[in-house]
Ligand binder design. Structure first.
Ligand code: 5GP
Length: 202
């Protein structure tokens, strides 16, 4: 019998570099599924298409009513949600799954699935975070300020996560991230069926 897969929850403030980190991971590995979130925020740029499916607020509310979201949260005036069905399917097939959510969503998933592993991506400093955020130029100064306040509020929640990855050097952060996933796969609880199989004819 195949072991169940693991859900990895990734959070980190806007500007911490988590998109680049995740892209680096997925460029190197094909053994983890990525959960595409359903969101109501207007599209920012083309790279959004890989991460998100865009819906109206009405359509989002229907998903909530139909209980089709594992979690959802409002973030800076828009809704973000994690579709439930694909995650349940992948986990039951033994696949590891990565969801990228803000801290409220992470808390909701942990409450529902305590076995999920949570990882917080921290920038090395608030100064660097400010620099990265203002370098984006896709938001108004008010939106930027709102995101910075939110980022600091979120960083205070990092203490509740299972792991911290500091994104200072991309290469080191990518390695740390990879090590967390690899060592989790060696956990005894993820290998019980294999142990039983080995001992079957002992
Ligand atoms: P952004 O608008 O910058 O793409 O994302 C804003 C925040 O929403 C980020 O912290 C991102 O991790 C989070 N986010 C993305 N997808 C989801 C989701 O499905 N659920 C929740 N709760 N947060 C999400």
């Amino acid at each position: 019998m195949k072991e169940k897969g693991r859900l990895f929850i990734i959070s980190g403030p806007s500007g911490c570099g988590k998109d680049t980190l995740l892209k680096t991971y997925f460029d190197r590995h094909e053994d983890v599924e990525f959960s595409v979130s359903t969101i109501t925020r207007p599209k920012r740029d083309k790279s959004d298409d890989e991460k998100y499916s865009f819906v109206t607020v009405g359509a989002f509310k229907e998903l909530i009513e139909q209980n089709r979201l594992l979690e959802y949260a409002e973030y800076c005036g828009n809704f973000y949600g994690t579709p439930k069905e694909p995650i349940e399917k992948w986990i039951s097939e033994g696949k590891d799954v990565l969801v990228e959510v803000e801290t409220v969503g992470a808390e909701k998933i942990k409450a529902e699935m305590p076995e999920a592993i949570s990882i917080f991506i921290l920038p090395p400093s608030v100064e660097l975070l400010k620099k990265r955020l203002s370098g984006r130029a896709t938001e108004t100064p008010e939106q930027l300020e709102k995101r910075l306040d939110k980022a600091i509020e979120e960083m205070k929640k990092s203490v509740f996560y299972d792991y911290i990855v500091v994104n200072d050097s991309l290469e080191q952060a990518a390695e740390a991230f990879e090590r967390i996933i690899l060592s989790d796969r060696q956990k005894t609880e993820r290998n019980i069926n294999f142990i039983n199989e080995v001992l079957k004819n002992a």
